[in-house]
Every structure is written in C-alpha cells, then in structure tokens.
Design a protein around this ligand. Structure first.
Ligand code: IPE
Ligand code: IPE
Ligand code: MG
Ligand code: MG
Ligand code: MG
Length: 297
C-alpha cells in the first residue's frame, strides 16, 4: 500500500471510530476538532509499514488498534496544550483545543478520547484472545507512561538532569507501542518484542529531540505555531538553553542509537520472515523523519 493510500485508510478508520459514537453534538464537535484535520499520522503509519513487512496487506486486521494509537496521541496533545501543562494557544496551525472550546471541555474530551481508544482497539478482528489482551495492554500501558513522562517534564530542573529518560516516557512510549503493534502478528512476536520495543523507544527519543530542534529552527508553516514557542511558554528546550548541553550532539547520538537498534530489528525480522517482504516503505518513512534536521544552521 503506498503512503497516500495508507494515510487515507487510517484517516477513514478514525472517522469510523468517531461515527460509531453516540455522543451528543457538543462533545462530538470537540472530539472532531481534536482529531481532524489529521496530523502526520506517524505512529499509525509506522504500525502499518512494519505490519506490511510482516503480514503484507493483512496488517489491517488490527486497523482499529492502529487507529486507537492515534486517538491516544491526539488525547495527549489536547492535554499537553492545557494551561496547566504547556499553555499553548496553537496546535497544527490553529487554536489549540482549549483555546477554542475552553479548558473544561478540552480536559474532558482528552479523557474521553483516551478511554474510548482502548474500547475501539478491542474491535480488532484477531481470533487469538491472548493477542487481543496484548493489544489493550500495550496501548493502555503506553498511555500511562506518557502521563508519567509529562509529569516529570513539568519540572525543568529534573528535565535538565534526565532529559532522555523523560523523552523515553513522554514520547518514546507511544512509539514503542507503534513498533510492538507492528510486529504483533508475527509468529515470533515473543522473541521480537524486546527488540521492537527498544527500537520504538529510541525512535521516540529522537523524534522528540527533532521536535525540540524544529521548535527553535523551523518556520511556523512547518511546526504550526510560533518559532521558539517553547521559550515563549517558558518550557525547557535543550536547543535554546544556555546550560552547556550540546543538544545537536545529543540528537546525533540518538540518531546513531536508533539506527543501530533498527538494524538489529531488521536483521531479526529477516531471519524469521515469512514471505518475500520489503523494508522499502518503512525505510522511506523513517528517512523522511530523520532528514528533518536539515534546518540545521
Ligand atoms: C507532536 O507529535 C508531539 C510530539 C510528541 C513531539 P507529532 O509530530 O506526531 O504531531 P502531529 O500529530 O503530526 O500533529
Ligand atoms: C510532547 O512534547 C508532547 C506529548 C508527549 C504529548 P511537546 O510538548 O514538545 O509536544 P508539542 O511540541 O507541544 O507538540
Ligand atoms: Mg509538552
Ligand atoms: Mg507542547
Ligand atoms: Mg515540542
């Protein structure tokens, strides 16, 4: 499946999830605003790209779980922008959810989305009950770790001390889930699990460092908010701090670490693969994300 088809497939799945709700009009409006227009859909597209390596077009047996991952991500963004956290007025080039609907509605919509996501994941059509339990465990566990990371992220002193530890939680957790869901249908899932998890976590750390980098260096047409919004919101960003942390080298290290783990995961998949699979779409997606540091001065 090419990347445009994949994007539309996931977007369609998100519409189906929302339409399945018997929510009142007011709630539906807030939920719809939090989800659409969709963002880059990186996490569910990773599930699909890894899933295709393993099971070809059959990856979409777990489309509901794949969609759930994006619902969890959107819930985390709604909460991330709240005044008590980043206090951000902009998201994806327009007013953030609370700026548009007020704090109470944004808070409740985020909670609603997070719990509904797990309910929706259970719609995946797998005959193996243990796999269904695994899906829900992976998703709910990941979301609670995002919250742990977000909590630690509030303290900028702590953040200076253990930046990568916090990034592993707040951003790494959902990427871990993406890689785990990607390999879930593999016959050697149990053996592959640890490698997939570490690889997803490393990707998440790198993804967050790139996000921090872009906040400082990229135009607002790309980030959907003001340049240096972290600094304006008094949020610690290693790319504009004067504490001697070399954020650039941290990012290069994180890239190296991820590429090593990704190589290991690919080797493990090659050894145990089922058919004539190709890594090309997955490689291309990863390369697109990794090349975002091109705004480097
Ligand atoms: C933004 O995530 C938040 C981070 C964890 C860095 P994305 O870059 O995936 O945001 P959208 O969903 O595409 O807008
Ligand atoms: C990641 O951190 C947010 C979550 C883990 C939800 P940021 O606060 O940097 O994300 P953006 O830049 O607001 O999207
Ligand atoms: Mg934040
Ligand atoms: Mg934020
Ligand atoms: Mg950011």
């Amino acid at each position: 499946m090419n990347s445009v088809d994949c994007y539309s497939r996931i977007e369609g799945g998100m519409h189906a999830a929302l339409e399945s709700l018997d929510a009142d009009v007011e709630l539906e409006e807030v939920l719809s605003y939090a989800l659409f227009p969709c963002g880059k859909l990186i996490r569910p597209r990773l599930v699909a790209a890894i899933g295709e390596v393993i099971s070809g077009p059959r990856w979409d047996t777990i489309l509901p779980a794949t969609v759930s991952l994006e619902l969890l991500h959107c819930a985390s963004l709604v909460h991330d922008d709240l005044p008590a956290l980043d206090d951000d007025q902009m998201r994806r080039g327009r007013a953030s959810c609370h700026a548009k609907f007020g704090e109470a509605r944004a808070l409740l919509a985020g909670d609603f989305l997070a719990s509904f996501a797990i309910q929706w994941a259970a719609k995946s059509q797998l005959s193996d009950a243990a796999q269904m339990v695994e899906i829900c465990t992976v998703l709910s566990g990941a979301y609670s770790r995002v919250m742990q990371g977000q909590l630690l992220d509030l303290d900028s002193t702590l953040k200076r001390k253990d930046l990568l530890g916090i990034y592993k939680l707040k951003t790494g957790a959902l990427f871990e889930a993406a890689f785990l869901l990607g390999v879930l249908q593999h016959k050697c899932y149990v053996e592959l699990k640890e490698k997939a998890l570490l690889c997803g976590q490393a990707f998440g750390v790198l993804y967050q460092l790139i996000d921090d980098f872009l906040d400082v260096n990229a135009p607002s047409s790309l980030t959907g908010r003001e340049v240096r919004s972290d600094q304006k919101n008094e949020r610690y960003n290693p790319f504009c701090s004067s504490d001697g942390i070399s954020a650039g080298s941290l990012m290069q290290e994180a890239k190296k670490n991820f590429l090593m783990l990704y190589g290991e995961l690919k080797n493990a998949l090659r050894i145990s693969r089922v058919g004539g699979t190709t890594f090309e779409p997955l490689d291309r997606m990863i390369e697109t994300v990794l090349s975002k540091d091109k705004f480097s001065k």
